[in-house]
Design a binder for this molecule. Structure first.
Ligand SMILES: *Cc1c(COP(=O)(O)O)cnc(C)c1O
Length: 334
């Protein structure tokens, strides 16, 4: 398998750092914790979508696109990174934003990722909840094509086999860092949403026979649905990469116990995770994804699923700019 045979534009600051978290490890009294800093991919405050966009935007360029479309929730990190990538490559960007949380707060509607979408020059339109957003986007793309525009549509989260190649690459990058530093890693833990991150990682880990289990912590769908989505995308990604069949059903594990009330709605454990990471390591998690994964990591250590003597790597997928959209969730006093 050979990633270099795929079209790619360089958008991310790579490799992202792999760092120890000694104070968080001590505070939890469990395994030795490390963090892979994909919040530091560099493009417009960083995050995991930038790795996917290196492959997706190269496809868009190759097809001669002058406008890219994508979709996501109001505070979509993926939409913001797509808007930035389009600006960088001289393409227009049009975003469909779904009101998935029902939040009406001023900061939720106009701050955080929405502010950055605007600054990058993206145009936006809105949808209510419960629609097939990829279908909505395709309809808009068709309308643009009928007007003679060359439009390239990127699915929600950039999660198709081309986008997932970005996380195959991340798996290779991490394994290189573990090998260089002589770090025997027992588990990798990350947030899982539209599935491209977990699917790409598991393909990379299995194709190299790394022997490191990956746990995805869900942010939206129930466990059976999440695992089904990840397995389906991993299967297609492995085929694209030329190593069909490397991922089996048992390799795909998601824990969806930390979603709380729903997508984009922080639970008490989400807010606790943000506070613990911020105060022990000076690291910011985001309220929609990485802090739900962080809450899972913390709880599974407290329950003894990850224990002393083990080494666990937490993949930080970014999204911190979203904190400024969630001031209502924090009891801020000056
Ligand atoms: C999109 C996103 C995720 C989830 O990644 P998927 O590839 O969609 O599963 C996790 N964290 C952050 C910050 C994200 O923006």
């Amino acid at each position: 398998m050979n990633l270099a045979k795929f079209r790619r534009v360089r958008l991310a600051h790579l490799p992202t750092p792999l760092e120890p978290m000694p104070r968080l490890s001590a505070a939890l009294g469990g395994p030795e914790l490390w963090i892979k800093r994909d919040d530091c991919t560099g493009l417009s405050t960083g995050g995991n979508k930038t790795r996917k966009l290196e492959f997706l935007m190269a496809e868009a360029q190759h097809q001669g696109a002058e406008i890219v479309l994508t979709q996501g929730a109001t505070q979509s990190n993926h939409a913001r990174q797509t808007a930035a990538a389009a600006a960088r490559l001289g393409m227009a960007c049009h975003i469909l934003l779904e009101d998935r949380t029902g939040y009406n707060h001023e900061n939720y509607r106009f701050n955080g990722n929405v502010l950055l979408d605007h600054l990058h020059g993206a145009t936006m339109e809105h949808r209510g909840t419960g629609l097939d957003m990829n279908a909505e986007m395709e309809a808009v793309a068709q309308k643009l094509r009928a007007q003679g525009r060359k439009a390239y549509a990127i699915p929600g989260g950039g999660s198709n086999p081309v986008g997932a190649l970005g996380y195959v690459n991340c798996a290779f990058e991490m394994l290189g860092q573990f090998n260089d530093q002589g770090l025997a890693v027992d588990h990798i833990v990350t947030a899982t949403g539209s599935s491209g991150t977990q699917a790409g990682l598991i393909v990379g880990l299995k194709a190299t026979n790394a022997g490191i289990p990956l746990l995805g912590i869900g942010v939206r769908a129930p466990k059976p649905k999440q695992e089904e989505n990840v397995l389906a995308l991993a299967t297609r990604t492995a085929a694209l990469l030329g190593c069909p069949g490397v991922v089996g059903r048992a390799d795909v594990v998601a824990n969806t116990d930390y979603v709380g009330e729903g997508y984009g709605i922080p639970a008490a454990s989400t807010l606790e995770a943000i506070e613990i990471f911020a105060r022990t390591e000076g690291i910011l998690l985001d309220p929609v994804y990485s802090a739900k994964a962080g809450a899972g990591l913390i709880d599974l250590i407290r329950r003894g699923q990850f224990k002393r003597g083990e080494r666990v790597v937490f993949l930080h997928t970014g999204g911190q700019i979203g904190l400024t959209a969630y001031t209502h969730a924090f009891n801020v006093k000056s």
